[in-house]
Design a protein around this ligand. Structure first.
Ligand code: SAM
Ligand code: SF4
Length: 400
């Protein structure tokens, strides 16, 4: 893939013929903020997160985030931000005072929707009542808790800094102080049995949180688990677990709306839905990605991954490391890679609204996928079938 270096704002005004222009309207805009430090690096994790060696340079990092935002303002001028997601890493390590200042500084610079969803990812090993209350007072109205499991042995095998009791306490506090809570769980854990997986789900369900995410543990390249794999459930057992997870959550009234996401009616994550609808998002912070549309096309942006390199780049006025236009050829795949993760798929008109391309461009592949039982097509929906969801990669490859 060709990498286009960041251009000065004036130079970007020269439209690139390789990218689409003239979307009917700007897509909804979200803001992602990355916080790249954790107490300890988990052996399965390939996110841009770094173990805290000494102190976190909180003040310098928060200042860099605001400078990054200021450098990005010309790209989102006049547009309203509908949601904020502060992810990591472990953003619950930020002091409530620091978070309060960060959100106030953001509000002073962008037009934040009055009912914006503002999510903070939190690790159950880093929270207490006063911190949750402080986050809430700062404006956070949704907490995503990295529970993973309630089983102490499994938590230990995952290298987590919390145990099952910490997990339960954190959920109760998050529900009491913030209310709108997501639990992240993982299954197919080292040496996990089907009964243990079910027990985790049953425990999670008792809290009645509006949202639950259940991820199949994957061995990501360049993680400690990839170098030294633990004994994992085989494919058949993992598939049984997935089936049980989906059944238990359905029985408890959760709607399965995306590959790994389950919500009580009306409680879907607005920020993530915007990604899956191929909306726009500005990503600030170390290693953050963004996707933005303007009159000249649709671009992907990246920032330097290492926190120190990121802060230095921002201070030199070079927050954005790369801006790469997404070409006409790439757009259908990029759009479908997001929208077909949704069990409901998408309305046919969304394709043109978000890509600027006519749906006729992919008609042949759509028809073929429907013929092969992977998609269902109607005037109202383009939706993956159960088989299509199961073989999502095969389905997507047809649009490459
Ligand atoms: C961005 S991570 C950060 C959450 C937070 N730092 C924590 O771990 O408590 C979001 C979620 O992705 C999931 N996850 C991370 N690595 C994974 C992997 N290798 N396989 C499956 N799920 C993973 C975990 O459930 C995690 O809570
Ligand atoms: S706490 Fe979360 S982000 Fe940090 S290393 Fe563990 S899984 Fe990754």
């Amino acid at each position: 893939m060709r990498v286009i270096p960041i251009l000065p704002v004036a130079a970007q005004a020269v439209a690139n013929p390789a990218v689409p222009s003239g979307l009917p309207a700007p897509p909804p805009l979200a803001l992602y903020i990355h916080f790249p430090w954790c107490v300890r690096k988990c052996p399965y994790c390939d996110f841009n997160s770094h173990e805290v060696k000494h102190d976190i340079p909180e003040q310098a990092y928060l200042a860099a985030l605001i400078s990054d935002l200021e450098q990005s303002l010309p790209h989102i001028w006049g547009r309203r931000v509908l949601s904020i997601f502060i992810g990591g890493g472990t953003p619950s390590l930020i002091s409530p005072q620091g978070l309060d200042r960060l959100l106030a500084d953001i509000r002073a610079r962008v037009q934040l929707s009055a009912d914006a969803e503002i999510t903070l990812e939190a690790n159950p090993g880093t929270v207490e009542a006063s911190r949750f209350q402080g986050f809430r007072d700062a404006g956070v109205n949704r907490i995503s808790l990295g529970i993973q499991s309630f089983n102490d042995q499994h938590l230990q095998a995952l290298g987590r800094i919390h145990n099952g009791d910490d997990a339960r306490r954190a959920i109760e506090l998050a529900l009491r102080h913030v209310g709108n809570v997501n639990l992240d769980l993982m299954y197919a854990l080292p040496r996990q049995s089907l009964a243990e997986c079910e027990q985790d789900l049953r425990t999670a369900i008792t809290f009645g949180t509006p949202h639950l995410s259940a991820y199949h543990l994957t061995l990501e390249p360049n993680t400690r688990f990839a170098f030294d794999p633990p004994p994992l459930p085989d494919a058949d057992l993992a598939a049984d677990m997935q089936e049980r997870v989906e059944q238990l959550l359905a029985d408890a009234g959760y709607q399965h709306y995306e590959t790994s996401a389950f919500a009580q009616p009306g409680q879907q994550c607005r920020h993530n839905l915007n990604y899956w609808h191929f909306g726009d998002y500005l990503g600030i912070g170390a290693g953050a990605h963004g996707k933005l549309s303007d009159a000249f096309g649709i671009v992907r942006e990246t920032r330097a991954r290492h926190p120190q390199a990121y802060m230095e780049a921002v201070n030199a006025g070079q927050a954005i490391q790369e801006r790469r236009p997404i070409s006409h050829e790439e757009l259908p795949f990029e759009f479908l890679m997001n929208s077909l993760r949704l069990n409901q798929g998408f309305h046919p008109s969304l394709f043109q609204e978000r890509t600027g391309l006519h749906l006729a461009r992919i008609q042949t592949q759509l028809q073929q996928a429907a013929k092969n039982g992977l998609l269902s097509l109607s005037s109202e929906r383009i939706q993956p079938t159960e088989q299509g969801r199961h073989f999502l990669n095969d389905l997507l490859e047809r649009f490459l």
